[in-house]
Design a protein around this ligand. Structure first.
Ligand SMILES: Nc1ncnc2c1ncn2[C@@H]1O[C@H](COP(=O)(O)OP(=O)(O)OP(=O)(O)O)[C@@H](O)[C@H]1O
Ligand SMILES: CC(C)(CO)[C@@H](O)C(=O)NCCC(=O)O
Ligand SMILES: [K+]
Length: 242
């Protein structure tokens, strides 16, 4: 079975035998599924009767996958299984993002009784709290690349910058000032959320995942970087669905 997880910027394709270790590729979500499958075949040949599992947060891109893959070969994880495994008060229940669900499922399975703050740093950033055997709720922030790009789009004189950033406390060029502002905005937002959530649940550990997480780990003392958290949750979700 090939897992397909569609994010706003990147789509992950992955294969696993044990649900813990993944062979995966990350490609632009904008590419057509036919093209993505050709790229995948450079990693691992597809079987004649290969099964696929699809989840994601971009309805249009997911529709393209449904139209491309043979109908009998495509599974989608069930909301009811998530609701049973992760008690929550999110409304409406189906609106909670697929990526957030996967990260919560993996966290709840690995740490059922310990509180966890799950930070997923992708196109957008989510900070979700698993504690007392429930998803307590969370926060959605713009992502880092998106924030830098928004300054460029909304002004006449600010340039578009690339990650990674070198950061000074006070910038003395336009680029350094933007980098300092964006870097400190996120450091303070993440550390602030962690401090508040740990005020509610003092045992809460911090789990970091997503494309931009490696950049941030050093700034968040005691945090754990778990690269495949989403895929681990997706895999486990499918196992319990069938
Ligand atoms: N080739 C690339 N194009 C765009 N962003 C990239 C690229 N490589 C790495 N990134 C970084 O990865 C981040 C996206 O991370 P990730 O792959 O976890 O999220 P995503 O799946 O695109 O987003 P989401 O799950 O939030 O919809 C971007 O913010 C960017 O900084
Ligand atoms: C918040 C994002 C963009 C993070 O990738 C995604 O999980 C999403 O589109 N969620 C849907 C809205 C929600 O989670 O409430
Ligand atoms: K993500």
């Amino acid at each position: 079975m090939i897992l397909i997880a569609v994010g706003n910027t990147r789509t992950l394709l992955a294969y696993s035998e044990d649900g813990l270790h993944f062979q995966s590729i990350s490609v632009a979500t904008a590419l057509h599924p036919t093209h993505i499958l050709q790229l995948w075949e450079q990693t691992r040949p597809l079987l004649e009767d290969e099964d696929f599992a699809l989840g994601g947060v971009v309805p249009e891109a997911m529709q393209r996958w449904r139209e491309t893959l043979p109908p009998g070969r495509l599974r989608e994880p069930e909301l009811a299984v998530f609701q049973q495994r992760i008690p929550n008060s999110y409304v409406p229940a189906e609106s909670l993002g697929f990526d957030r669900r996967c990260c919560l499922l993996a966290t709840a399975r690995d740490f059922p009784t310990q509180s966890s703050i799950v930070i997923d740093m992708g196109t957008a950033i989510t900070i979700d709290l698993w504690a007392d055997g429930r998803f307590q709720g969370g926060r959605i922030l713009p992502g880092i690349t998106m924030s830098i790009h928004a300054l460029y789009l909304g002004t006449a004189l600010l340039p578009d910058l690339e990650l990674p950033m070198t950061v000074a406390d006070t910038g003395n060029t336009t680029a350094a000032a933007i980098q300092s502002g964006v870097w400190h905005m996120f450091t303070d937002a993440l550390l602030g959320a962690i401090q508040q959530f740990q005020g509610l649940f003092p045992d809460a550990q911090v789990l970091l995942t997503g494309g931009d997480a490696p950049l941030w780990q050093a700034r968040i003392p005691g945090s754990h970087y778990i690269p495949d958290l989403l895929l681990r949750g997706f895999y486990g979700w499918l196992q319990s669905s069938s």
